[in-house]
Ligand binder design. Sequence first.
Ligand code: NDP
Length: 258
Amino acid sequence: MSVNITAASLAGRVAVVTGASSGIGEACALRLAAAGARVAVVARREQRLAELVTRIEKDGGTALAITADVTDPAAMRIAADRVRSEFGDADLVVNNAGVMLPAPVQELAIDQWQQQIDLNIGGVMNVIAAFTGQLVAAAAERGVADLVNTSSIAAQNIFPGFAVYCGTKAYVTHLSRQLRAELGPNKVRVSALEPGIVGTELQTHVTDAGALEWLAGAKESMEFLDPADIAETVAFLAALPPRVNLQQVTIMPTGQAS
Ligand code: NDP
């Protein structure tokens, strides 16, 4: 098996990327479009999405901006209808929107717990509810489809102060393993992406002083991953022969131990 990703590797594919207005999602949208997929980009910041679509189109790609909140199930159903009517059934869903709001559990930052649960679990499920039918239909027609859920090494490791975030990501990883067993027989590959630290806006939402200090120390001690590193991996797994499914992909900065 050899995979050489060219400008036509994903031609004919219909991708949906949530959380595409920055960071990993934005990089994935750019990379998938450069590999020939038509890409629907989903997030709340309309202007960012418009700029992204312009960039993709300038490079000869095709993209559709869908300004929507993934925590709203009705908005996701509308998004899915739009994708189908503009591009046909989605066959590559990068279920990526997420937020990380660490704080020691005894501080009872209950609003932030809920925000992470609503987005990292609820949002992920809304996207799955809206797009699974399309993935199955597309796989039946085209021979393969991909559901790529962005988890984290937080799903596996212990990070004091990050318990709720880690819990939401453990949910995503375990869910992905379960869905793989259900959807694999329908030719839908399910993958859990588990990156270590990537330099994105994720860290800018952190308010907890201890976590900020830890992140600043981490930045001093290692070179963070670039979002494009994750995007390259997503393009690679989507370009693999239909029989091959990378079920769980851990991608670490070389300098990050765990
Ligand atoms: P960013 O903060 O750069 O991106 C998060 C994206 O999610 C943005 O596009 C944001 O757009 C979108 N988003 C947030 N809330 C919603 C919502 N309610 N509805 C729709 N979109 C929403 O962070 P990353 O790129 O780093 O994060 C992407 C994923 O990667 C997350 O799931 C994160 O947990 C995971 N991850 C990140 C790591 C890192 O170190 N950066 C490591 C491991 C995993 P908008 O505000 O416009 O809606």
